[in-house]
Design a protein. Structure first.
Length: 109
């Protein structure tokens, strides 16, 4: 499909999280302590990434809600009873004018 509509929002992709603790700080720790410190570092990165993703998601929801409200507002305007009356008169006007012109034409001078 050549005319496929693309989303204005990027897809969520989970990055790879690695420990950000420098090796010289980990050198004096035991294996168990090193594991805990590296895991905490990864968890901090994951937490930051999740918060950023939640904020972007919330912004997208607000944007979509705003756009949907505008569409609903236009729909309400187009489907109001006065709009429908105007459309009915607009569709009936050419037929009525044709009948009037035909009547005048047949009547003659």
């Amino acid at each position: 499909m050549a005319d496929e509509i693309k989303s204005r929002y990027e897809a969520l992709a989970v990055p790879e999280f690695k420990s950000a603790i420098p090796a010289h700080l980990l050198g004096k720790l035991s294996d168990q302590e090193r594991y805990l410190v590296e895991t905490l570092s990864k968890m901090e990165q994951q937490n930051s990434w999740l918060i950023g993703a939640a904020v972007k998601g919330s912004a997208a929801v607000v944007d979509l809600d705003t756009r949907q409200a505008k569409v609903e507002q236009w729909k309400d305007r187009l489907m109001s009873k006065w709009s429908l009356v105007v459309v009915a008169f607009g569709l009936a006007a050419p037929v009525a004018l044709t009948k009037i012109v035909e009547y005048i034409w047949k009547k003659g001078p």
